[in-house]
Design a protein around this ligand. Sequence first.
Ligand code: ZN
Length: 144
Amino acid sequence: MRAPVKLRHEFVEVIPRERENGVLYVSIPFATAVHNCFCGCGTKVVTPISPVGWQLIFDGEAVSLSPSVGNWAYPCRSHYFIRRDTVVWADDMTEAEIALGRARDKSAREAHYDGKRQAVATTAATAAPALKKRGFWSWLLGRG
Ligand SMILES: [Zn+2]
């Protein structure tokens, strides 16, 4: 198990293109946090802050992100918690655990955006053509 590593948080308006390693950039206007993967591989990791994304806690001194950050899509496959400006390494998850987490995220996202769709009529109007197109393709593929 790797020892926890201190990070530095920085509140910014816009996430800078050139990012320092070991810094968690937080943009409140864009509701996003971005950092270079804390394992040291340097991959850009974006964590959108939303009710169904990550929740950011700023206690006046340090920031925490919840849930953990799992970089399954990257070669390093690192997994860590960000707790009060500290990177706390987590165990690698099994494929089954990752799939379960993704399914949970997906249904949470869908429930969240369904609620929004009902509230915003324009969203429903833009979603309809996309459904129609998908229907066409499955019809076409179904015949193939
Ligand atoms: Zn990494």
